[in-house]
Each structure stands twice: as C-alpha cells, then as structure tokens.
Design a protein around this ligand. Structure first.
Ligand SMILES: Cc1ncc(COP(=O)(O)O)c(C=O)c1O
Length: 342
C-alpha cells in the first residue's frame, strides 16, 4: 500500500458513503452472507458499532420503542441510550427470537424496528434455522417492522440458510462487519438496506464520522478483491474448529451451546451455583467470563448462564487449562465465601 502510485488519492477525503471501489468490495462481502446488494445501495461505515447507529437512526427517533433479543450485544443498548430509544426484550430460544413473542410484542407495542443477530448470536450463540427465519420475516412484513440484522459473525457459519434480507429485502437492513473475521482495528463494516432507507445512510455517516477510515477501507477492499479475505475466513474457521474441539473435551459433562463457527460458548451454570458467585470464583482463578446479566434487556430475566470466549488467549495449552479449570469449578460446590453474597 505504501508503494501505491495513487496513495495520496486513496488517503484523501472520499465520498461519505465510500468510494465506488470500496462499495463494490462491500457488495462482494455482503454476497458471501447471502445478501444481494447493488454497490450503489452499499455504504462503508466505521465498524459494525457505527453501522448499528446509522441503521437504527435511519428508522427511528428519540422516545421510540425498539425490540431486541432478550440477551443482546451491549453495544446495541449503548446506541439505543445515545439515540434516546426505549428497548423492549423479545423472548428467545436456541434459534433466537421466538415468533410468538415477536408477534405479541408487535401487536401490543407497534414497534418499527427489531435489532437481531440471526447467526451466532452474541451472547447466546443461537443460530436461526431456515424455518424460524421465514416465520420472523412473515411477522415483520405483516407489522411493517424493519429488521436490523447484525451479521458480525455471519461469515463463520457454514450453512446459515437464507438470509433474512433475501427473504424480505424491503424489510431488512444488514450490517456486515469485518472485525471478527479480518481485523477489528480496520474499523470497517458495510451497510445495506432497502433503497429508501439506504438513501438516508450517507447523511447519517457524514454527521457521525464524515466517512470511514480510508486506510481501513483500502486494506479491506484489497483483501476482499484479491482473495486474502477468503483465505483468512478459511483459516479462522479451522482455528475455531481446533478451539471448539478443546472446549468439547473440557465441557463434556456440562450443558452449553456452541454451534460450529462460534467464537464463544454459552455455558449453563448448575443450580448449586449463584451465577455471579461462579463468575467471581472464576476470576479468583484468573479467568474472566461474562454473566448473562451483562447482556440482558430489562425487564427480561437473565439466563443462568455465562459467556466464555474461546479466543481470549492465544495459546491452545492455556485455553485448555482455563476451560478445564472452569469445567471443574462448575461441578464443584460453591465455597461458603463465594456462594453467599452479602
Ligand atoms: C454483535 C456485535 N455487533 C457489533 C460489534 C462491534 O463491531 P465493530 O468492531 O465492527 O464495531 C460487536 C463487537 O463485539 C458485536 O459483538
């Protein structure tokens, strides 16, 4: 890149929505998630977090009510606070949003937006199967609900089924980040949606960040164009398979959710533990895990579960040691000190 003859052009101010070439690369990245988008309808944003802001602000405004999975990515709740939105939880199972719960929420509250993660949901690792996707989309159509799908992990699922966007292009905005697959430091994600919404994106990008990083976009574009991104995705999947094999060995006697491709697992905490006491006891052993209540959307009740990252340590030996430690801790009775929280 340093030797590029057009380096000064690359690093100059671009169109707010991204250069034509970057938007074409975005369309290619979206296509690997099953999202068909014309480059003119794709914008480059400064990471998926920024994508959430732009997507949500293109649909709703201060004081409005929006829906989210009962356990959701905390960055979404942060964005909702920033925009002055109220968030209501929708009950979920191992395939994400429950159709009957969504239907009831739509009938009562008439929300205009649902934020969700159909593939490898953060934090519960739920994956929406094809039938569930069709049911959710049918409800969205009936109630004129916009689905903002965050596909941050989408590229890692082997066969996710049809994209919500392919099922109902007029109701779905897709955020396709590269952080979890390429590099978070690039600060790049791609956003697409129905043309009427997509037309609002540039103004929202301009007012919140002017444009995405030219350096990050250029690297992502080159990697998407020359096949490096595909190679990295393959390598990531292999690495995750190896890490998941370790987790399966260590948690053979536990109840957990970890579909193929997941960066994390959702471990059910046995009844004899208070969840926070388990988290504290793990921390005493030098291992950080995140309890369900860090993700829960009020007034839903937090699951008796913790999220365990499989990528927090580089070394496989240390991962195995930590997971063995956590599994052993789960089977053990809590000590009086940690089980009784004063
Ligand atoms: C579901 C989800 N969306 C968005 C983000 C933010 O991604 P980015 O680094 O692209 O802003 C994260 C980061 O952890 C995430 O888990």
């Amino acid at each position: 890149l340093a030797d590029a003859p057009d380096l000064s052009e690359i690093m100059a101010y671009h169109d707010t929505a991204g250069s034509k070439r970057d938007r074409m690369a975005g369309a290619k990245w979206l296509a690997r998630l099953g999202v068909e988008a014309q480059p003119d309808n794709v914008v480059v944003v400064s990471g998926a977090q920024h994508g959430i802001l732009v997507a949500v602000a293109s649909v709703v405004g201060p004081g409005e009510l929006v829906l989210a999975e009962s356990h959701t990515y905390p960055g979404f709740q942060g964005c909702a606070r920033l925009l002055g939105l109220r968030v209501r939880p929708v009950a979920m199972d191992d395939q994400g949003i429950l159709p009957e719960a969504l239907e009831a929420a739509c009938a009562v509250d008439k929300p205009r937006l649902l934020y969700c993660m159909p593939a490898l949901q953060n934090p519960t690792a739920a994956v929406m199967g094809p039938e569930r996707r069709a049911e959710i989309v049918e409800i969205a159509r009936r109630f004129d609900l916009t689905l903002v799908q965050d596909e941050i992990h989408g590229g890692l699922v082997e066969d996710p089924g049809p994209s919500l966007s392919a099922l109902a292009p007029e109701n779905v905005i897709t955020i396709a980040g590269v952080s979890k697959v390429l590099l978070p430091g690039l600060r790049i994600a791609y956003l697409t949606g129905p043309p009427a919404r997509a037309a609002l994106f540039p103004e929202l990008i301009w007012s919140s960040s002017w444009m995405a990083s030219a350096l990050g976009s250029e690297l992502a574009t080159r990697w998407i164009e020359d096949g490096t991104a595909d190679r990295i995705v393959r390598e990531r999947r292999q690495e995750l398979d190896a890490r998941q094999a370790i987790a399966h060995r260590c948690f053979a006697r536990q109840t957990f959710r970890m579909p193929r491709g997941a960066y994390h697992l959702w471990l059910t905490i046995p009844e004899h533990w208070d969840v926070q006491a388990y988290v504290d006891a793990a921390l005493d052993r030098g291992i950080a895990v995140t309890p369900a209540n860090a993700f829960v959307v009020a007034p839903a009740r937090a699951d008796r579960a913790v999220r365990i990252s499989l990528t927090g340590v580089q070394d496989h030996g240390r991962l195995e040691e930590s997971l063995t430690n956590l599994a052993e801790l789960a089977t053990r009775r809590a000590s009086l000190r940690t089980s009784v929280r004063l």
